[in-house]
Design a protein around this ligand. Structure first.
Ligand code: ADP
Length: 172
């Protein structure tokens, strides 16, 4: 699996599946979640509502992942995963790594070859950007999910991209 770092907006990525840093309600929120629902249209939220009612009455647990249609987005599927809220006193990084690992597992189940990730938990949930990148890369580097040929980490804004590049310098 090739790992690619790009600066950009995940809603514009031409990949089979994009990952959403959702909240456990699955009913939409701010940040990348808001952008995905805005650009993807009501089909995504409708499917999220159905999933919530049928399978996740108490919400999608932190670290787990579930797929829906991508509505009007260029991608074919959205894989929703719930990152942990950053804690200075408790190491929640296993749950953050679960988000990446479980999203890749869902990608394999869907038959998605290319998958784009946002920097999960590094926005409203407060995870320090450099460590969020390190956690993401630790999973992606070690993963070999069947059928997935590219994992794209989409950094939103120059400073997040530069932080990621410090850990993983790209081609000149
Ligand atoms: P969380 O609640 O998991 O922190 P956020 O959506 O607030 O979720 O932030 C997760 C990451 O997604 C942050 O690094 C944020 O800058 C980034 N982000 C926000 N909007 C977009 C977007 N349109 N495309 C890609 N990344 C985005």
């Amino acid at each position: 699996m090739r790992i690619v770092l790009v600066e950009g907006d995940i809603t514009e990525q031409r990949v089979d599946a994009i990952v959403n840093a959702a909240n456990s309600s699955l009913l939409g929120g701010g940040g990348v979640d808001g952008a995905i629902h805005r650009r993807g249209g009501p089909a995504i939220l409708n499917e999220c509502r159905r999933l919530r009612a049928a399978r996740y009455g108490r919400g999608l647990p932190t670290g787990q992942a579930v797929a829906t249609t991508a509505g009007d987005l260029p991608a074919r599927w959205v894989i929703h995963t719930v990152g942990p809220v950053w804690s200075a006193t408790e190491d929640r990084s296993p749950l953050l790594r679960d988000c990446y690992a479980n999203s890749l597992r869902v990608a394999t189940e869907l038959g998605a070859a290319t998958v784009a990730f946002p920097l999960i938990s590094a926005g409203i949930y407060g995870w320090p950007v450099e460590d969020a990148v390190a956690q993401a890369l630790s999973v992606l580097d070690a993963a070999d999910p069947a059928g997935v040929t590219e994992a794209r980490l989409v950094l939103y804004g120059r400073s997040a991209f530069e932080a990621a590049q410090r850990l993983r310098p790209g081609p000149p």
